[in-house]
Design a protein around this ligand. Structure first.
Ligand SMILES: Nc1ncnc2c1ncn2[C@@H]1O[C@H](COP(=O)(O)OP(=O)(O)OP(=O)(O)O)[C@@H](O)[C@H]1O
Ligand SMILES: [Mg+2]
Length: 241
C-alpha cells in the first residue's frame, strides 16, 4: 500500500527543447506529487510530454524551469539544478529504468546481464533472486537470443530492480510486446511494486493498463489534464488490450 510520504514533488515544471521559432514546449507547467510505494500510470498522446517528464524525474534530463524534488529516507534532494555528478549518482543508486527496447547485452546470459548491475551496487539482490522475482528463475543461463521478447523485458526489469532502487520508471515497457506477453511483464512490475514497495511509474499507450494503477495521470500538450485515483485497482493478470 502507498504511504502518504511524498517521493516526488514537482512544481511548475517546464521543458523547452531548442530555441526561437523551432522551440518545442514539451512540458508547460507540470505539478505533481507521487507518494512512496505508489503505482502511477502516465497516459497521453504521442508527443504529450510523458517521456520528458519521466526522464526529468529519473535524472536523465533537466527541466527548463520549475522544480522537481525527490525525498528519500527523510532527506529531500533537488533534481532540478543538480550537478551532473549528483544526477549520475542518483540514477545509479536509486533509479531503475525500463524502456520499450530492452537494451540487454546479447552476448551475455540473463544472469550476466543482471550481474552487470549487481556487481556495482551497494546492497543488491543476487541476480538469481532478481530473476526469480520476475519469473525467470529457470532461465538464468540462457543467452538473450534464446529468450522471447517478454522474457527479455523481464530480464531488463530484473536488472533494473536488482539494486533495490527506490523508484522504478518504465517507459512503454509493453510497447514492443503482444498482450499476453505484456501481461507477464506487467505482473513482474506489479510484483516488484507490491513485494519491494518500489515507487513505480509506468508510461503506456494501452489505456486498459491504467486499471492496475493506484493513480492515473493524463498528459496533453505538456500539461497534466486529468488525475484519477483508482481505489479498485485490478491485478495485471486480468488485463487485456
Ligand atoms: N531531445 C529532444 N529534442 C527536441 N525535441 C524533443 C526532444 N525530446 C522530445 N522532444 C519533443 O518534445 C515533445 C514531447 O516529447 P516526449 O518524448 O516527452 O513525448 P511522449 O509523450 O513521450 O511521446 P511518445 O508517446 O511518442 O513517446 C515532442 O514534441 C517531442 O518531439
Ligand atoms: Mg515517449
Amino acid at each position: 500500500m502507498p504511504s502518504p510520504d511524498p517521493v516526488f514533488v514537482a512544481q511548475g515544471l517546464t521543458k523547452v527543447y531548442g530555441e526561437g521559432a523551432t522551440a518545442v514546449h514539451a512540458l508547460r507547467g507540470v505539478d505533481l506529487v507521487i507518494v512512496r510505494g505508489e503505482f502511477v500510470v502516465l497516459l497521453g498522446a504521442s508527443g504529450s510530454g510523458k517521456s520528458t517528464l519521466l526522464n526529468i524525474l529519473g535524472g536523465l534530463d533537466s527541466a527548463t524551469s520549475g522544480t522537481a524534488r525527490w525525498t528519500h529516507q527523510g532527506t529531500t534532494h533537488e533534481l532540478t539544478g543538480a550537478r551532473d555528478a549528483e544526477l549520475t549518482r542518483y540514477r545509479r543508486e536509486h533509479v531503475g529504468f525500463v524502456f520499450q527496447f530492452y537494451n540487454l547485452i546479447p552476448s551475455l546470459t540473463a544472469r550476466e546481464n543482471v550481474a552487470l548491475v549487481t556487481d556495482l551496487a551497494e546492497d543488491p539482490m543476487t541476480p538469481e533472486d532478481a530473476l526469480a522475482l520476475v519469473g525467470l528463475g529457470e532461465r538464468l543461463d540462457h543467452f538473450v537470443s534464446q529468450l522471447s521478447g517478454g522474457e527479455q523485458q523481464r530480464v531488463a526489469i530484473a536488472r533494473a530492480i536488482s539494486k533495490k532502487p527506490a523508484v522504478l520508471l518504465c517507459d512503454e515497457p509493453t510497447g514492443a510486446l503482444d498482450c499476453a506477453t505484456g501481461v507477464m511483464v506487467l505482473q513482474a512490475i506489479e510484483r516488484v511494486n507490491h513485494e519491494l514497495g518500489t515507487t513505480t511509474v509506468v508510461i503506456t499507450h494501452n489505456a486498459p493498463i491504467a486499471a492496475m494503477a493506484d493513480r492515473v495521470l493524463r498528459l496533453a500538450d505538456g500539461r497534466i489534464v486529468d488525475v484519477q485515483a483508482n481505489p479498485h485497482k485490478v491485478a495485471a493478470s486480468t488485463l487485456s488490450w
